[in-house]
Design a binder for this molecule. Structure first.
Ligand SMILES: NC(=O)c1ccc[n+]([C@@H]2O[C@H](COP(=O)([O-])OP(=O)(O)OC[C@H]3O[C@@H](n4cnc5c(N)ncnc54)[C@H](O)[C@@H]3O)[C@@H](O)[C@H]2O)c1
Length: 409
């Protein structure tokens, strides 16, 4: 037996809503020691310092990256800072997990990969629902061959992403805003994981239909993989019809704030009239808030059923059957009937798989499966949807990589 490896000393840049979600997983992981955080918002710095008195707190990414005690950095700043902060951290000799999307464009992503390679550090592209238990289990069933070869993926997501509290950069396409940059990584990472990784072509469309919320609120994409498997992927964030309503045990609640259909009417009105204080509304979701306590720090005593959220409803069609999410697992449809395969726990534990992958890579020399090349390939799909929408043409991809079969086998 080998002696236990020392924990990985982690710092977080950007203690926003995304980072707030991963804190409980970090606390629960003996492999990770949270030693520092940086943010430009004094309110979240204070809340972080009060909760983690042993950790160091910085008001800039540069300050945190100069901290010799930090070995690895989780970059959770807004999308337009992912490349800058990843390169900064890599140049300071830190391993990096970048939030989704990895970057705004392929040039930025290349610079991130190059910085990690040059400095001999690991780069992992994290926090997508490809790491969620149902999607990982679906991949295992597909790869087991029990239903024959995969043929088609259909994935529909209807949410109220556009109605959630948003900072200006979250709705500005030039800064990585809108549902394509923000939600595309969940859907395209998962489709690539299920389909093996190698997307050949993309035809896509995007929609910006609400002047008061000027970002991309809709996309659809048709992907064809090298082996002929196809994927049809839809995301509508405008918050009218909801995929959460489409399962018998579902409800009309939306994403983070969990607005009901009735509440969405009032939210839409306030946004049209410009009366909501967006900064205050967003800050009420970050560390130290009542929202955080209720949604991220309290674990329900009984396991809660899966209801479609950011990933929506996904059906994988193989030659001799289908697979889709069920209340506590997956429905597996075969010639002899349908089985509801219980997975025990379907809850997505944001950050836990990603951080273990990084820990195993740094401490045990294991591969980083969701590395820079993997992240770039998912980003290439996203930027291809934009290009295809603009030019009304199919786009041929050139940066695709496969997910090795041994990953999570
Ligand atoms: N909102 C979610 O539910 C969610 C979930 C998963 C991942 N994410 C990802 O997390 C990232 C941030 O989104 P968010 O919703 O948490 O936004 P957010 O605004 O809540 O978080 C960003 C944080 O970064 C800080 N920040 C901004 N510029 C900075 C700088 N230059 N240096 C240091 N700190 C800086 C902000 O003050 C803020 O606290 C995005 O990439 C997003 O895709 C968000």
């Amino acid at each position: 037996m080998t002696a236990a490896q020392p924990p990985l000393r982690l710092g977080i840049i950007g203690i926003g809503v995304g980072a707030t979600q991963i804190l409980p997983m970090i606390e629960a992981a003996p492999e990770i020691d949270l030693v520092a955080a940086a943010d430009i918002n004094p309110r979240v710095r204070e809340a972080f310092a009060a909760r983690y008195p042993e950790a160091r707190v910085y008001d800039s990414a540069e300050g945190l990256c100069a901290d010799q005690n930090v070995e690895a950095v989780w970059v959770a700043t807004p999308n337009d800072f992912h490349a800058e902060h990843t390169v900064l951290a890599a140049n300071a000799g830190k391993h990096v997990v970048s939030e989704k999307p990895m970057a705004l464009n392929m040039k930025e992503a290349e610079a991130m990969v190059e910085a990690a390679e040059r400095n001999g550090v690991k780069l992992l592209c994290g926090h997508t629902l490809g790491f969620s238990p149902p999607m990982m289990a679906m991949r295992r069933i597909i790869n087991s061959g029990e239903l024959g070869p995969l043929q088609v993926i259909n994935n529909w997501t209807y949410t109220d992403w556009m109605l959630q509290p948003r900072q200006p950069e979250e709705l500005d396409e030039a800064r990585g805003g809108g549902v394509l940059y923000r939600q595309g990584p969940h859907q395209f990472d998962t489709a690539r994981l299920l389909g093996g990784g190698l997307v050949r072509t993309v035809r896509g469309t995007t929609g910006k239909w609400w002047p008061q919320r000027a970002g991309v609120g809709y996309y659809s994409a048709f992907l064809e993989f090298e082996d002929g498997v196809t994927a049809s992927i839809v995301n509508n964030g405008y918050g009218y019809a909801m995929t959460a309503e489409l399962v018998p045990w579902g409800n009309d609640r939306g994403l983070v704030e969990k607005y009901t259909g009735e509440e969405r009417i009032g939210v839409r009105r306030a946004l049209n009239e410009g009366t909501r204080d967006e900064f205050a509304a967003k800050d009420r979701l970050r560390i130290g808030s009542e929202h955080e306590r209720r949604n991220w720090r309290e674990r329900p005593k009984e396991r809660s059923p899966w209801v479609p959220t950011n990933m929506g409803i996904l059906i994988a069609t193989c030659e001799r059957g289908d697979i889709r999410q069920s209340k506590f697992g997956l429905y597996v449809y075969r010639d002899d009937g349908v089985e509801d395969r219980d997975l025990g726990d379907t809850q997505y534990r944001a950050g836990s798989e990603d951080l273990m992958e990084l820990f195993n890579a740094v401490r045990n020399g294991a591969p980083v499966y969701h590395d820079g090349a993997w992240g770039m390939a998912t980003l290439e799909v996203i930027t291809a949807v934009m290009e295809s929408s603009r030019n009304r043409k199919e786009v041929r991809l050139t940066h695709q990589v496969a997910m090795p079969l041994e990953y999570d086998a």
